[in-house]
Design a protein around this ligand. Structure first.
Ligand code: NAD
Length: 289
């Protein structure tokens, strides 16, 4: 299949490489020449504009930083320029309203489109083990599934357009809050004189268990290998966690939902990134507790 890939950064680079490995002809565009050179090394054909890259595409996949960029790239250079038969898949994490607006504009021009944000970081993008949460019609989902499966271990239909983004921000609101709660508990355990490995052994098998505890333990040398063991580098940047929490709060405000834990998590990550820690892994917030 001829697939155009737009935005081959930390996440998109590995995802596009996995599409190539699955036998697809990948046509890549990114604003960064360095990123495009890496895409070429991974077997992608590279282009100097979105319009050239989407020419003749059977599917267009994007992995871009935010909603404003997704809106402008699709509005200016994808919709009306890719063949109307092309399936459009936006895998970026963006706000629900923009996801719906872009999908509506695409549908009005005759395209099928899904929002398909991911769970899993750079390692999962490289390893083809992402989880995709997909918003769109049944038909669009059926067409999207085999393409997304080449980049992930799970592809789940969340509902209509925007539902993928809704699932993603709700999921990450849990993640932000549970990471802080897990960090607090380790800090308290230490002050109470508990051995931290022992506390992990107990809590990871007790009711304090969560992904933040068992798969991503914020304490160096405790639990499975995680960014804590690597000086809190790599992994999921605190700035991206803050971005997702802001999207969750914005969405909550839009529908009048009460999210006190999400609100507190956003405040703590905002303070953490304002102190110059935006590039650290989000589990590094333990250092402030
Ligand atoms: P990134 O900054 O590494 O990559 C984004 C790429 O988009 C860059 O290469 C940039 O040059 C390119 N780009 C920006 N504007 C463009 C434009 N107008 N046209 C073409 N290319 C353009 O970011 P990332 O870490 O790969 O994240 C991408 C998306 O994935 C974000 O929405 C992020 O929230 C989401 N996400 C990231 C992670 C993670 O762990 N990094 C995990 C899950 C989801």
């Amino acid at each position: 299949m001829k697939i155009t890939f737009i935005g081959l950064g930390n996440m998109g680079g590995g995802m596009a490489a996995n599409l190539v490995k699955a036998g697809h002809e990948v046509h890549a565009f990114d604003l960064s020449a360095e990123t495009l050179a890496r895409a070429a090394e991974n077997g992608c054909a590279t282009y100097t504009s979105v319009r050239e890259a989407v020419h003749g595409a059977e599917a267009v996949v994007s992995m871009l930083p935010n909603g404003a960029i997704v809106n402008s790239v699709y509005g200016a250079d994808v919709i009306g320029h890719a063949p109307a038969s092309a399936l459009l898949l936006d895998c970026s994490t963006i706000d629900v309203d923009t996801a719906r607006t872009v999908a509506d504009a695409a549908k009005a021009a005759g395209y099928a489109m899904v929002d398909a944000p991911v769970s899993g970081g750079i390692a999962a993008a490289n390893g083809g083990t992402l989880t995709f949460m997909v918003g769109g019609s049944d038909d669009a989902f059926t067409r999207a599934e085999p393409i997304l499966s080449a980049m992930g271990k799970a592809v789940i239909h969340a509902g209509a357009s925007g539902a993928g983004q809704a699932a993603k921000i709700c999921n990450n609101m849990i993640l932000g809050a549970t990471m802080i709660a897990t960090c607090e508990a380790f800090a308290l355990a230490e002050k109470l004189g508990l051995d931290l490995q022992t506390f992990f052994d107990i809590s990871s098998k007790a009711s304090g268990q969560s992904w933040s505890m068992t798969s991503y333990c914020p304490v160096p040398g405790v639990g499975p290998a995680s960014p804590a063991d690597n000086g809190y580098q790599g992994g999921f940047a605190a700035a991206l966690m803050l971005k997702d929490l802001k999207l969750a709060l914005e969405a909550a405000q839009g529908v009048g939902a009460k999210v006190p834990m999400g609100t507190r998590a956003e405040e703590l990550y905002a303070a953490f990134t304002a102190n110059g820690n935006g590039g650290s892994d989000f589990s590094a917030i333990i250092k402030t507790l």
